[in-house]
Ligand binder design. Structure first.
Ligand code: ZN
Length: 242
């Protein structure tokens, strides 16, 4: 089976469609949440993801857009963008976002999916080996997939400890039964200094995963954000991937 993993699309339709095109034909698409928030096309992004047959989990922005959590927790730019997002999605999309599970374990796959972490799926940032090790007891499968930090990264078990590595385009890791926590990076708002969209491909027959980056039409997303009056800081950061 070939499975594509996408995360943190953040209402960026140009990025999502470019990634879906680059992925090509796969047996499944998994998303790790934050489908909406920040970007200019929340409704179209959800529709495109559903049309592609993706299944996934709920992120903090999806939770807020769905109405489950208060939006005061966001910084001022995120708050403004979330108010705008809430006003732009229809009831079907709102219910879809609110109804996404916090965790998902696709049957027989060996993977647990969560947005932040398996222990605290909506909010925790898997941003250190310390947090990663504390999460090993929070999932039962050998492998776990998380998003939320927007930074492609791997935590891999080695002699009873987890080792962390940041991963660039083309990086490959074996699935050999040792425990892994993997972050595909972000489709719609990368934050590792590379503005290209990130995603992950899993090949269960070859037993490896590969990280990928693909450039999309950043200017078209930025123009749509400006037209909608979304915060300038959110527009600018797409150029820098930070
Ligand atoms: Zn996010």
């Amino acid at each position: 089976m070939r499975i594509a993993v996408v995360s943190d699309i953040h209402s960026n339709l140009a990025a999502l469609e470019t990634v879906l095109g680059a992925i090509g034909s796969v047996d499944a698409i998994w998303h790790l949440g934050d489908v909406v928030g920040y970007g200019p096309q929340p409704q179209a992004v959800v529709e495109s993801l559903l049309a592609a047959g993706a299944v996934g989990v709920r992120g903090n922005h999806d939770d807020a857009a769905g109405g489950s959590s208060a939006i005061e927790v966001f910084n001022p730019d995120g708050y403004r963008a979330m108010q705008w997002t809430r006003a732009r999605i229809d009831e079907t999309t709102r219910l879809y976002l609110a109804g996404l599970p916090e965790r998902r374990v696709p049957e027989g796959s060996g993977f647990t999916l969560a947005h932040g972490s398996p222990a605290d799926p909506i909010w925790e940032y898997m941003d250190s080996t310390f947090v990663a090790e504390a999460n090993l007891s929070a999932f039962e499968t050998p492998y776990c997939l998380v998003g939320h930090t927007h930074v492609p990264r791997a935590f891999r078990e080695l002699r009873g400890r987890l080792r962390s590595s940041y991963v660039a385009d083309g990086a490959r890791l074996e699935l050999d039964g040792r425990r892994l926590i993997l972050n595909p990076g972000s489709v719609g708002q990368p934050r590792d200094g590379d503005p290209r969209s990130g995603y992950l491909l899993i090949d269960t027959d070859a037993a490896w995963v590969t990280w990928h980056r693909v450039g999309y039409d950043i200017a078209s997303t930025q123009a749509a954000m400006v037209a909608e009056g979304l915060p300038a800081t959110l527009v600018r950061r797409l150029s820098h991937g930070m």
